[in-house]
Design a protein around this ligand. Structure first.
Ligand SMILES: *[C@@H]1O[C@H](CO)[C@@H](O)[C@H](O)[C@H]1NC(C)=O
Ligand SMILES: *[C@@H]1O[C@H](CO)[C@@H](O)[C@H](O)[C@H]1NC(C)=O
Ligand SMILES: *[C@@H]1O[C@H](CO)[C@@H](O)[C@H](O)[C@H]1NC(C)=O
Ligand SMILES: *[C@@H]1O[C@H](CO)[C@@H](O)[C@H](O)[C@H]1NC(C)=O
Ligand SMILES: *[C@@H]1O[C@H](CO)[C@@H](O)[C@H](O)[C@H]1NC(C)=O
Ligand SMILES: *[C@@H]1O[C@H](CO)[C@@H](O)[C@H](O)[C@H]1NC(C)=O
Ligand SMILES: *[C@@H]1O[C@H](CO)[C@@H](O)[C@H](O)[C@H]1NC(C)=O
Ligand SMILES: *[C@@H]1O[C@H](CO)[C@@H](O)[C@H](O)[C@H]1NC(C)=O
Ligand SMILES: *[C@@H]1O[C@H](CO)[C@@H](O)[C@H](O)[C@H]1NC(C)=O
Ligand SMILES: [Cu+2]
Length: 561
């Protein structure tokens, strides 16, 4: 075992793991999809990128070399990185980008994550193609809380644009209109045979009758939540966001960008070809989305072609794209495993209550000249603050005491209380306030955070992601959150542990976490369009008193702005 500079006394809460090393080379690589070839950003030339394998409690060191023409940063999504925001990745939040020709050594500290987490770029929209899975196996000497599957397969869901992704981003930012939607969805990089020129590469999962498969599903898409199903097969969810769940049987799953799901597939059907299909769950009225379907094929090994007919895989049933209840029904049934070997500790006493409203907004444009509704420019906000990205990263400004980069007055509650889920609003409510504000938390305090979705401009499901923590989703519902009645219905026994939670359209979710990870931590909608419009917030968790409750020192060679 190699000892890294990070191993300070009392550092490991969980175990002494191994250190693993990976080299990631970011470059522009030509790829052919949908009948044409374009250059995309990749890691080591792969799309999706390489899978990182580790055991619980390990440290993973990723030497990252930027051989592309764009700034880049990498984020280790779902990894809490205790005391180490320096390697968390979001550009201008915890680091300056790695410039073309530059390099940076990321140190990824695994703690209690077990299952599937993932990595992706966190600069502009480059995560469209720069992403991959992180598989965290149980510690040596411990086992899965379910029968060991015969094989494990990462299933990475993504999107494909015919245009260069930087142009899609630039066009939306210039015009103020909504961004162009993708032209295809992908499963392990392949759209599947419902798209032109795509039959050849379709991802095939070869299975043997009687065996079981652990699908490590990651939604790496920029802007689309997915329904996913496999024809004639039940799916058994056993984990999500790097934590185990009680086995949950389902005909379909709903997975948002940022989420992972570990799903057991039993190959127990008559040998045949079966489609795995993924299409958007999109419930915003009038909100444009990619209305296509990606497919892969589950192929039984002893399946023999019937001589008379051309093989046509069996197609699964998926909920309709705007079926809010189907999505909510699935999400709401997830429960933590909460067993003797995998106990959970749901905080019962809350120190700080926060209510954050999440809204899509508009800014007026001179002569109504922009591409958004009525000539406005699209925006988005949390508690009516539309986040403005600073030019120096917030972590550096906090650590070095640089003034003028951010303010500490992020509102704890919506500044104005109204019927958040009403059908229409006075125009003045639609316009947010731009700013770079953070919420400061004391080390170790218990936070209850309620996200309230609003119907401003267009209500839709928002997948909110918190860096640096997992949280327990203790409640959710439709309408306006009621601070008196709704807490009576909380699940404080076995709520799911998540890092990305879907805030239902015209509804709310309540979550709890202990602020025991000092540093600067980004929180944002994981729909990239909303992130770019300002649906973002930042927490600063102060140092605690003992040495192992303090921020680690910055590593050498942090990129400069
Ligand atoms: C956006 O979509 C429009 C309409 O489909 C198309 O003409 C244009 O080329 C696209 N531009 C980019 C940058 O994606
Ligand atoms: C082939 O499929 C049948 C089910 O129809 C199963 O009983 C048998 O064990 C399978 N054989 C192999 C080698 O997988
Ligand atoms: C999406 O496609 C389905 C057919 O698959 C069609 O019925 C529906 O109208 C389409 N919806 C939108 C908003 O394009
Ligand atoms: C879903 O969309 C269809 C039109 O495509 C519409 O008739 C229906 O009311 C919508 N359902 C919901 C729940 O919004
Ligand atoms: C949720 O799904 C379960 C299982 O599929 C079903 O029995 C139940 O009726 C559904 N509930 C709603 C509200 O759709
Ligand atoms: C656009 O303007 C119309 C008429 O003034 C108004 O009813 C509508 O709410 C506006 N839409 C948005 C999204 O602001
Ligand atoms: C808010 O508006 C919705 C939609 O019009 C309505 O159904 C609901 O009763 C309103 N809630 C309150 C608290 O007024
Ligand atoms: C947001 O703030 C702006 C500027 O102060 C104000 O005009 C607007 O009404 C506020 N909107 C909400 C929903 O609080
Ligand atoms: C790359 O990052 C540097 C440092 O923050 C910044 O000055 C530059 O504008 C960035 N380039 C692009 C294309 O975003
Ligand atoms: Cu959103």
């Amino acid at each position: 075992m190699k000892v890294s500079w990070l191993l300070l006394p009392c550092f490991f809460l969980f175990a002494w793991g191994e250190t693993r090393y990976y080299d990631f080379i970011v470059s522009s690589t030509p790829y052919t999809r949908l009948c044409s070839t374009k250059k995309i950003l990749t890691v080591n030339g792969q799309f999706p990128g390489p899978t990182i394998y580790a055991n619980k409690g390990d440290i993973v060191v990723v030497e990252t070399y930027n051989r592309a023409q764009y700034n880049i940063t990498l984020h280790w999504h779902g990894v809490k990185q205790p005391r180490n925001p320096w390697s968390d990745g979001p550009e201008y939040i915890t680091q300056c980008p790695i410039p073309p020709g530059g390099s940076f050594k990321y140190t990824i500290i695994l703690s209690n994550e077990e299952g599937t987490v993932w990595w992706h770029a966190h600069s502009d929209w480059s995560r469209a193609t720069v992403h991959g899975a992180i598989v965290v196996h149980p510690q040596l000497g411990t086992i899965y809380p379910f029968t060991k599957p015969d094989r494990e397969v990462p299933i990475i869901l993504g999107e494909w644009w015919k245009e260069d992704i930087n142009e899609v981003l630039a066009l939306g930012l210039i015009t103020g209109a909504d961004f162009n939607v993708s032209d295809a969805f992908t499963i392990n990089g392949q759209p599947g045979d419902r798209y032109p020129c795509s039959k050849q590469g379709t991802f095939r999962l070869l299975v043997e009758h009687g065996k079981s498969y652990l699908l490590r599903i990651v939604n790496a898409a920029l802007n689309d939540e997915f329904f996913l199903a496999i024809a004639n097969h039940k799916l058994t969810v056993v984990g999500t966001d790097g934590a185990y769940t009680k086995p949950l049987q389902a005909q379909y799953i709903m997975i948002t960008p940022g989420q992972t799901m570990d799903v057991l597939l039993e190959a127990n059907q008559p040998p045949n070809l079966y489609y795995m299909a993924a299409r958007a769950f999109s419930d915003g009225v009038g909100v444009p989305f990619d209305n296509t379907t990606a497919t892969a094929i589950v192929e039984y090994s002893n399946y023999t072609l019937p001589h008379s007919t051309a093989p046509s895989p069996i197609y699964p049933q998926l909920p309709y794209y705007n079926n809010t209840l189907a999505a909510f029904n699935f999400t709401q049934r997830l429960r933590s495993l909460a067993s003797g070997d995998h106990p959970i500790e749901v905080p019962l006493k809350v120190d700080t209550h926060l209510v954050y409203s999440v809204s899509v907004n508009t800014f007026p444009c001179p002569q109504n000249s922009c591409g958004g509704p009525n000539g406005s420019r699209f925006a988005a906000s949390i508690n009516n603050i539309s986040f403005e990205t600073p030019q120096i990263d917030i972590l550096d400004a906090y650590y070095a005491g640089i003034r003028g980069v951010f303010r500490k007055n992020f509102p704890s509650f919506p500044p104005y209380i109204f019927n958040f889920t009403a059908d229409s609003f006075p125009m003045v409510l639609e316009i947010p306030k731009p700013g770079t504000k953070v919420k400061v938390l004391k080390y170790g305090e218990c936070v209850e955070l309620v996200f309230q979705g609003t119907n401003l401009v267009a209500g839709e499901d928002h997948p909110l992601h918190l860096h640096g923590f997992s949280f327990y989703v203790v409640g959710s519902g439709f309408g306006n959150y009621d601070p008196v009645k709704d807490p009576l219905e909380y699940n404080l026994v076995d709520p799911p542990s998540k890092n990305t939670v879907s805030v239902p359209r015209n509804g709310w979710v309540a979550l709890r976490f202990i602020a025991d990870n000092p540093g600067v931590w980004f929180m944002h909608c994981h729909l990239e369009r909303h992130l770019s419009w300002g649906m973002d917030a930042v927490f600063i968790v102060r140092d605690g008193e003992s040495p192992d409750e303090r921020l680690l020192p910055p590593p050498p060679n942090m990129p400069r702005c």
